[in-house]
Write a protein that binds this ligand. Structure first.
Ligand code: ADP
Length: 253
């Protein structure tokens, strides 16, 4: 049967609830688990809403082909890949323009947190495998990869936590889901390195005015702080899980 996406009548109902029943500042449920692949140097599985993202780290290791090695620092490579079964309709396996771009975006967000100069001539390979996608795979991928880097013992300036902020009509919402990503008015993925609170990724798809942008940025920081707390917890325990956490302080929004 052909899968046809249907636009919901309303993305926010008269009670202020979103299509999956969340309030604007409520995140989707998140589970993080570290050390899920024994053959990788570091690994993590992040289940975030309907996303299932596996990150694996190999390195520091020898660079192949050798001529790509950098004399004064590590070569950080990222492959973001969506499994053919990760979307409602089977997608063609292999890289496409989007996955090549996302690999670069994820590398930029993570590389700044790695002490690359500690590993001259070596490669650090980061694999982000999307097993199931449900909007926000780049931010879930960055979050998972950062956990996996930490487990691999790669020297880092801090953990990188990421999340996305959306806009539906004039309402700023945290952690947009699939319908909101598809039919919402704006989407702003953000990644932050802690404790420095250094923004290592900020993208925007769709317009926001100045006050909407400043609300989105502030909520983005709060979401990333929550993700960072969960990451620290996940590195101490086998796994961590939170149900629909509200960010930004106000429990009524
Ligand atoms: P992100 O996953 O970081 O939000 P996009 O905004 O490009 O990145 O994608 C949003 C969502 O659209 C994805 O999470 C996924 O659920 C869906 N999607 C992306 N590419 C495809 C595809 N080729 N086929 C079906 N769904 C897709």
């Amino acid at each position: 049967m052909l899968y046809v996406e249907k636009k919901p009548e309303k993305l926010i109902d008269e009670n202020g609830l979103r299509t999956d029943g969340r309030r604007p500042r409520e995140m989707r449920p998140i589970k993080m688990e570290v050390g899920v692949l024994d053959r990788a140097d570091g690994s993590a599985l992040v289940e975030w809403g309907g996303n299932r993202i596996l990150a694996a780290i190999f390195g520091p290791r020898e660079v192949h082909p050798k001529h790509m090695a950098l004399p004064d620092r590590a070569l950080v490579r990222v492959r973001y890949n969506m499994a053919p079964f990760s979307t409602p309709e089977r997608r063609k396996p292999g890289p496409d323009r989007r996955s090549i771009e996302l690999s670069k975006v994820i590398r930029n967000a993570l590389e700044q947190a790695i002490f690359v100069e500690k590993y001259p001539g070596a490669a650090i390979d980061i694999f982000v495998e999307v097993l199931r996608s449900d909007a926000g795979t780049r931010v879930a991928g960055i979050t998972a990869a950062s956990l996996a880097l930490a487990e691999a013992g790669i020297a880092m300036k801090g953990l990188v936590a990421a999340c996305s902020i959306g806009k539906i009509g004039d309402v700023i919402v945290v952690d947009p889901g699939h319908d909101e990503d598809m039919w919402g008015d704006a989407d702003m993925p953000i990644a932050v390195m802690f404790e420095d609170r250094l923004i290592t990724l900020l993208q925007m798809d769709g317009p926001m005015d100045e006050s909407q942008f400043s609300e989105a940025l502030s909520l983005g920081m709060s979401c990333c702080e929550l993700i960072y707390e969960l990451q620290k917890e996940a590195l101490r325990r086998p796994f961590v899980f939170v149900e629909r956490k509200v960010v930004g302080g106000d429990q009524t929004v």
